[in-house]
Design a protein around this ligand. Structure first.
Ligand code: SF4
Length: 350
């Protein structure tokens, strides 16, 4: 069996961002411990079913894993190591919101064996961050990045969102310049999507907020492609760039983990996607956790494993992981010229 890539979902956040439709909740601190207990049990069951197979990466996503106290993250990671033969040099990533971390928290993550961070920065413009409902400022995001470096993280991804209604290209360029100046190993750029059921969608429907403009988003995307290429970043998927020379182990995990979650987060299933001949041969296991939140019992696709990508190269996609994207932003823009109402490319973003 190919080594697995484990994705562990932490469905909690300090606050809900109005654009986000991920399976995550704020104000459920009382459920942290019961959830992690159920998650650990589920991980053990998944590992036992597969006879403790090897795993080469672990991606702890959400939600915001860094809202969990380190001892609970330690339990989840311990369960992974007990249930799966996690490689000694495994890449272990945690997502992080800059508003929930400091150097002490980063040091704790390092002690747990986390060796890669994925931080949802979204913008280095405070007005945009307020518009997005983020809980941190641009300065706090910069400080978080530097604290992570001081704590020893040598492999960091930063997430950004572009295509806000009326977004100023100059502001976007400043965000990109700040990102390049910090020098993360990886960058993920996602266009803003108005997702059904979100407060943002409600505001757009009521006319309180303009709908994001596809052509503006495409312009910003193309600016980013050129700017990042000039800065030495290699684009290997629609929304993902890595610094030249970086190892491939983590490539694809960023998007692939999110896609996997996006594909199955509300559809718990023993098998979450079909094998693909395109870039890897996943035999996916989507474990299901049920735990009680007060009077309500909820079912989660909370931990899942699939085989590691063997070639996250340009455009390589897995049939089971395929997001609802139907092509590159450029291609979509060309289509939109003839059909203005075409949907936006759709990539998960944090
Ligand atoms: S965007 Fe990130 S921090 Fe905001 S609610 Fe969604 S998962 Fe939580």
């Amino acid at each position: 069996m190919h080594p697995l890539a484990l994705y562990v979902h932490i469905p909690f956040c300090a606050a809900r961002c109005p654009y986000c439709d991920f399976n995550t909740y704020a104000g459920l601190e009382a459920q942290f411990e019961p959830y992690v207990a159920a998650l650990a049990e589920e991980i053990h069951q998944a590992g036992a079913r597969l006879d403790r197979p090897p795993a080469r990466t672990i991606f702890i996503g959400g939600g915001t894993p860094t809202v969990l106290p380190p001892d609970l993250l330690a339990r989840a990671l311990a369960a992974c190591r007990e249930a799966f033969a996690v490689a000694a040099d495994a890449e272990i990533t945690s997502e992080a919101n800059p508003g929930t971390v400091d150097q002490v928290r980063f040091a704790a993550l390092r002690e747990l064996g986390v060796n890669r961070l994925s931080m949802g920065v979204q913008s280095f413009d405070d007005a945009e961050l307020r518009w997005l409902g983020r809980i941190h400022t641009a300065a706090e995001a910069v400080a978080a990045f530097r604290a992570a470096r001081r704590a020893g993280f040598a492999n960091i991804n930063l997430d950004f969102i572009f295509g806000l209604p009326g977004q100023n290209p100059a502001t976007w360029m400043r965000t990109l310049a700040q990102a390049i100046d910090l020098g993360p190993e990886h960058l993920s750029l996602y266009s803003l999507i108005v997702e059904d059921g979100t407060p943002l969608a409600d505001q757009v429907r009521r006319g309180a907020i303009a709908e994001p403009d596809d052509d503006l988003a495409a312009d910003l995307y193309e600016m980013a492609c050129k700017t990042l290429a000039d800065a030495g970043y290699v684009q290997y998927e629609i929304s993902n760039w890595a610094r030249a020379g970086q190892g491939a182990k983590g490539k694809g995990q960023e998007a692939r983990g999110r896609e996997q979650e996006a594909g199955g987060r509300n559809q718990p299933s023993a098998i979450s996607h079909q094998p693909s001949a395109i870039s890897h041969q996943p035999s996916a296991i989507s474990a299901v956790t049920t735990w009680s939140t007060g009077a309500t019992s909820r079912t989660w696709a909370s931990a899942r494993a699939h085989t590691a990508s063997t070639g996250a190269g340009a455009g390589g996609t897995c049939a089971g992981c395929v997001p609802t994207s139907s092509g590159s932003p450029r291609g979509r823009r060309r289509k939109r010229r003839g059909r203005r109402s075409a949907g936006r490319w759709r990539w998960a973003r944090r």
